[in-house]
Design a protein around this ligand. Structure first.
Ligand SMILES: [Zn+2]
Length: 497
């Protein structure tokens, strides 16, 4: 019998792979809390941004569907203006977008936020449980700055803002690795970053005053004057509101480790007094393009629209993301995406040949867990065990793909049934969306009228609960080279190829 493995995750905080033991195991929480950083909405998100969103989706779905934890997932929406550099200098990202698009910063945030949600839907990434907006949590951010001021962790740079004094935080930068103190010394000594009035290189803005005399699109009144919050403070404010002062998983891109997440740990642990702020820090690596950096100057910052224009579906990209483990860099090339597209289409053709019988379809309840699946299809236990092992090895999706693709070279009926059931019901938004998407669908005009007539008769037989006749009709349809699938409103017919 399948013994579910313990999930292992690579924790940036301990710099090693560890068993995942959530706070709820010690009775310190009711659910597994997970927080992900959202890409600032000031430009059409790139396929690199979506790798981060897809990682958040993968973590959430694996914890929920494979591990069976109750999960509360939060992804913030950064719709407040922030500066283009991590060093609290440069232009406000949203104001920059506003100038470019001839609209206000608020409209910029709305425009790209709407676009982001549209594409998440096309990638079959479900919304997270809570998606709080930074602009709707300014008061909480102001309160947090006030707490840090009262506890003596801040200083003011007149005419600039309120800054966190990182020299007062003993373990500032611990997320950077075992040698973080050395790395910070090196940074302090060697980096030629504009210090402004900052006392230490790693100090960061909690609140910036607006001293330009010009009204900004995004500014607020606070007890410390008109201004706007520093970027990092929003994540501490919103994660503590929706996930408490200590929680299980914080996820984001590796580019956030040195500044954004180090700042978040420092300000949260100082304000709330709970350590560790977050038990497991999970970071997805960068998506490269053609072996190099994605950059606007190279013209290789691709969006999902670029992919669609070249005839790819967002689900091909979803499959492509599976080809590398989230914690490793992934290299995007058009050839690799083409390979993802054809492998996915092959899998889809294989699975389309498996059709549950009407007797199985009418069976209630359908297997809803791994254990129930094994009980229903015991001969596929080995396949399920391998899937379980791959995913619990720090979400090892390349291992998962090789298990699935190897098994499907000449699958048993039970193995096909297992994959179909996983896709259809248990992990339907977890894997590849082979069953619920329509890459091999043909338009009705391509299906001969006599086949459509058989499908119609089968539909009728099902309505009348004559499952024996319905199964016979489906066999006839399959022998003619087509498959019939049920939909919410009726059925669709596809070529088997
Ligand atoms: Zn964040």
């Amino acid at each position: 019998m399948l013994k579910p493995k313990t999930l292992q995750v690579y924790n940036t905080l301990s710099h090693q792979k560890e068993d995942f033991v959530p706070l709820l195991a010690d009775g310190k929480a009711d659910v597994v809390g997970m927080y992900s950083c959202w890409p600032t909405a000031y430009w059409s998100p790139s396929i690199g941004n979506y790798r981060a969103s897809r990682t958040a989706d993968l973590l959430r779905n694996t914890l929920t569907h494979l591990c069976g934890y109750p999960v509360k997932s939060v992804m913030n929406i950064t719709d407040v203006g922030h500066l283009t550099s991590d060093g609290d200098t440069g232009e406000d990202k949203l104001e920059k977008g506003a100038k470019r698009d001839w609209i206000t910063a608020r409209e910029v945030a709305k425009k790209y936020e709407a676009e982001f949600f549209d594409w998440l839907e096309k990638l079959h990434i479900e919304k997270f449980d809570v998606m709080p907006k930074a602009t709707e949590h300014i008061q909480q951010q102001i309160e947090l700055v006030k707490t840090l001021e009262e506890k003596g962790y801040t200083y003011e740079i007149p005419g600039d803002g309120i800054y966190m004094d990182t020299s007062k935080v003993d373990d500032y930068g611990k997320l950077m690795g075992p040698n973080y103190k050395k790395r910070l010394e090196h940074l302090n000594a060697g980096e030629r970053i504009e210090m402004g009035g900052k006392k230490h290189l790693t100090d960061f803005a909690l609140w910036k005053f607006n001293m330009t005399g010009k009204k900004r699109d995004m500014e607020r009144n606070s007890p410390r004057g008109i201004g706007f919050p520093g970027w990092h403070i929003e994540c501490s404010a919103m994660s503590s509101q929706y996930l408490w002062k200590q929680f299980d998983i914080h996820h984001g891109g590796v580019d956030h480790i040195t500044v954004h997440h180090s700042a978040e740990i420092a300000q949260s642990e100082c304000a709330f007094g709970e350590k560790p702020r977050v038990k497991y820090w999970l970071h997805n690596e960068f998506l490269q393009v053609d072996g190099g950096k994605m950059s606007k100057s190279l013209g290789n910052v691709y969006t999902l629209r670029d992919l669609e224009e070249k005839g790819f579906s967002p689900l091909d990209l979803r499959y492509f993301y599976f080809m590398a483990q989230y914690s490793n860099p992934q290299n995007f090339t058009w050839e690799a995406l083409t390979q993802a597209k054809s492998t996915r289409a092959n899998l889809q053709k294989k699975i389309a040949k498996f059709q549950p019988t009407e007797a199985e379809h009418s069976q209630k309840p359908l297997p809803a867990t791994f254990a129930e699946l094994i009980a229903t299809y015991p001969a596929a236990e080995n396949f399920l065990t391998q899937i379980d092992e791959a995913m619990k090895d720090n979400f090892n999706t390349p291992k998962l793909l090789s298990v699935v693709n190897n098994t499907l070279i000449s699958p048993t009926k039970e193995e096909l049934a297992v994959l179909y059931r996983l896709e259809e019901r248990i992990l339907k938004v977890w894997l590849f969306d082979l069953v619920n998407s329509s890459a091999t669908e043909t338009s009705p005009s391509e299906v001969p009228a006599e086949i459509l007539a058989l499908a119609q008769q089968r539909f009728q037989a099902k309505q009348e609960k004559n499952y024996t006749l319905a199964d016979e009709l489906r066999t006839q349809i399959q022998e003619a080279g087509y498959s019939v699938k049920d939909t919410a409103t009726g059925f669709t017919v596809e070529t088997l190829l």
